[in-house]
Design a protein around this ligand. Structure first.
Ligand code: HDD
Length: 753
């Protein structure tokens, strides 16, 4: 019997079941001999050298690879052991009294394996349960020592390792990526002076002003408690009941109903620290600051129907996109921008900067770029890193401090607190992904799962027996900004907090007509799922304060009248400084609309024009895009020239919604097999309906016609997103120029196609 694993079409450890021999225990000497540990290595990972560990940062990019090295393990060429390190001889069978007899209680190997398995899940995050993470670094453009003593900003070119986790909010851990939702954007900076967590979102405002309301908000938006429906969706009664009774949420609702809530990719969304934070410099002087992350690839969204359809074939759409881009070396990058202002500036604004339902328009305080963040390494292990990472707004470093934003105050408590349940005790800071890269010394001791072995008998301070160590850092340590407080204790909020609509109007009025139409469509969809008419009416009354036009469109879509506007909570509405702001529209500031890292489907079947396929594929690859040959089935098809092409995906396994663009090459009556496949027509229709660019060769126009696609826009002009390939070279170039963006101008409501 050839005992090599490759030669055996069955579990080599169960050979006797296949009649090879009658042994029920491993043969003498079977298994791989462990290599000698004597390789001069000091860490497990060094002993376990493998390609995976070779994924190191390029020179000059000291990302957080080092600190995790001691705990990274790799089983290559290692023998199997129990958790106690005892070599396991047979991982197939429990210990029994006779081959047909009962299993024995003393089988500690079986019991350890099952017990560990029984406990391998931990509670999911109460919000933001679904997420994806990556390692990278932050690089500072220029020293900000005049503003802050925070370590990452102390020198030009200074690099600080980061771990970032993106997430949805409402859905459970296994829910779809493309839900209409806020996206979490949490960054852990492993600075020389401790960890700083900037726990933000892809929207710069929040639903509520005070942490007191957070549990209510989350209970309202999560699946309803009696039947646990709907999953990862805000389109249900309890959410709209709550927000329609909380007018302060109106501004955030405008963002949530906009296309920002259905990003094309984590790599193509902005991030915001939301709250006003405080910078403090070495002289103890303070400035107020808002944090903005701007993606290098621009801010781009899906179409709503597309997002819904992607959720079926690929619920991991955003996770896969991030993973694949980093594996391909297309490292996502963001620029960090700051809005810096003084308390005196803040006093003059028509809104309160401590109110997280308000932005500071960029026209009032411009955003200054101060550095860039690059994500260049995927985690080795999802659970160890992405699941166990614990972000806490309380994690700030010298030079960064809080303001009195009442939403932030609750967060400073909540994040540390929740980890104690989620990660099983107070020592979660010792889990490798959470551990600072600088030394940690204090007199906190013990607790579940303690890793550090503290030496000596001193665990108190002051002490003389330990030489007074660890000693207080004094002015070199974290010094809270001495903000004066001289008011009575009371519950309530400042007057400007009661103005709820100015910035919702600013947001709506700053959008392009297409974006406004999407917002109206999203409100219509969500409210159409609300079964209680009074809730719909109350929400319309709130929208009437934002925009008469929006309220009318939504009411019309619901077959209702616009009610009287909801009474305002503030007697004298302050006059806003800004009426429109370009920064709020994704289409006004699309960033890079190129095809880099975008996915394209080239339809192929027997008879396809191989030269065209090759030309399109080559041009897309040159432009940094990801072309895929899409067949009726995967595998080889014959080209018109007598060559062969290998289709890497099929209409069935990767439906068209997973692509940014589609190409129909010419050949053999546009490939008879495709023309007979109704899925191809659906495919073309969806591409068109979701406003993506199409490139059509040969008599592909007949195919478009069969799909009901008209290459003229509603205004009669030619649709720039449909390119005909009469002159192949020119056509490919003009297609690539328009294929990175959506062609919303073709959209009608309801759709024509
Ligand atoms: Fe929160 C997780 C962002 C308000 C309480 N939040 C969490 C995460 C992000 C945010 C990105 C996921 C972190 C990760 O990837 O592990 N949260 C925000 C933003 C808010 C906000 C931008 C408003 C500006 N959150 C907020 C409030 C509270 C919480 C007001 C409670 C008073 N958030 C939590 C939490 C979570 C959390 C319960 C759940 C899991 C976790 O912390 O680690 O503590």
């Amino acid at each position: 019997v050839d005992a090599t694993a490759e030669a055996m079409p069955f579990n080599a450890n169960k050979r006797f079941e296949y009649g090879y021999d009658n042994a029920h225990a491993p043969l003498e000497g079977e298994g791989v001999e462990a290599p000698s540990d004597d390789v001069g290595a000091s860490t497990l990972s060094e002993m376990n050298e493998s390609d995976k560990l070779g994924t190191r940062a390029a020179a000059g990019e000291p990302v957080a690879v080092g600190p995790l090295d001691p705990v990274r393990t790799d089983a290559t060429a290692r023998r199997m052991t129990t958790n106690q390190g005892v070599p396991v001889s047979d991982n197939q069978h429990s210990l029994k009294a006779g081959l047909r007899g009962p299993a024995l209680l003393k089988d500690f190997i079986l019991r350890e394996k099952i017990t560990h398995f029984d406990h391998e899940r931990i509670p999911e995050r109460v919000v933001h349960a679904r997420g994806s993470g990556a390692h990278g670094f932050f690089e500072c453009y220029a020293p900000l020592t005049n503003l802050t003593r925070a370590a990452p900003f102390q020198a030009k070119g200074k690099v600080t390792p980061v771990f970032v986790r993106f997430s949805t909010v409402q859905g459970e851990r296994g829910s779809k990526d493309t839900a209409r939702d806020v996206r979490g954007f949490a960054v852990k900076f492993y600075t020389d002076e401790g960890n700083w967590d900037l726990v933000g979102n892809n929207m710069p405002v929040f639903f509520i002003q005070d942490a007191m309301k957070f549990p209510d908000l989350v209970h309202a938006v999560k699946p309803e408690p009696h039947h646990q429906m709907p999953q990862a969706a805000s389109a249900h009664d309890t959410f709209w009941d709550f927000v329609s009774l909380m007018p302060e949420s109106t501004h955030m609702l405008m963002w949530l109903m906009s296309d920002r809530a259905i990003p094309r990719s984590f790599r193509m969304m902005q991030g915001f620290g939301v709250h006003t934070f405080r910078f403090v410099n070495a002289q103890g002087e303070s400035r107020l600051v808002k944090f903005h992350w701007t993606p290098k690839l621009g801010t781009h969204a899906l179409a709503w129907e597309e997002a819904v359809k992607i959720a079926g074939p690929d619920p991991d759409f955003h996770r896969r996109d991030l993973w694949e881009a980093i594996e391909a070396g297309e490292y996502p990058e963001w620029e960090l921008g700051l809005q810096v202002f003084t308390e005196e500036d803040a006093d003059r604004f028509s809104f309160d900067v401590l109110d997280s339902t308000k932005i500071i328009p960029e026209e009032l305080v411009p955003v200054q770029p101060v550095g860039r963040m690059v994500l260049n390494r995927n985690p080795d292990n999802f659970f160890a890193e992405t699941e166990q990472v614990a972000f806490c707004t309380a994690h700030v470093v010298p030079g960064i401090d809080f303001t009195n934003d009442p939403l932030l105050a609750g967060r400073i408590h909540s994040y540390v607190d929740t980890q104690i349940t989620r990660l099983g005790g107070p020592n979660f800071h010792e889990i490798p992904i959470n551990a600072p890269v600088c030394p940690v010394h204090n007199n906190q001791r013990d607790g579940a799962h303690r890793q550090a072995v503290h030496r000596g008998r001193v665990a108190y301070e002051p002490n003389s027996l330990g030489g007074g160590c660890p000693f207080q850092a004094g002015a070199a340590g974290f010094v809270s900004f001495p903000e004066p407080v001289a008011q009575d204790e009371l519950r309530g909020h400042p007057e400007k907090f009661a103005e709820h609509y100015n910035q919702a109007t600013l947001f709506y009025d700053s959008q392009s007509p297409e974006e406004q139409a999407h917002i109206a469509g999203a409100f219509r969809f969500e409210l159409s799922k609300v079964t209680v008419p009074a809730v719909r009416a109350r929400m319309l009354a709130g929208l009437a304060n934002v925009s008469a036009d929006l309220a009318a469109q939504v009411a019309d879509g619901l077959g209702m009248e616009v009610p009287e506007p909801m009474p305002r909570a503030i007697a004298r509405v302050p006059k806003p400084e800004v009426r429109t702001s370009e920064a709020l529209s994704m289409l006004a500031r699309p960033g890079d609309p190129g095809v880099r890292t975008r996915r394209f489907a080239i339809l192929v079947a027997d008879g396809v024009d191989g030269a065209t396929v090759e030309a399109v594929q080559g041009a897309l690859l040159d432009a940094g895009a990801v072309p895929r040959l899409m067949g009726v089935r995967i595998g080889v098809c014959a080209t018109a020239e007598g060559g062969e092409l290998d289709a890497d995906a099929s209409l069935e396994n990767e439906p068209g919604v997973l692509f940014d663009g589609i190409i129909v090459p010419g050949g053999d009556g546009n490939m008879a097999a495709l023309r007979q496949d109704a899925r191809v027509l659906d495919y073309l229709k969806e591409q068109y309906r979701h406003c993506k660019a199409l490139l059509v060769f040969g008599d592909g126009d007949a195919m478009l016609e069969a799909a009901g696609i008209d290459a003229t826009l509603p205004d009669g002009s030619a649709d720039p997103g449909i390119v005909f390939g009469d002159d192949a070279r020119r056509a490919i170039a003009s297609y690539i120029a328009v294929a990175g963006r959506r062609h919303w101008a073709r959209e009608t409501d309801p759709p024509r196609v």
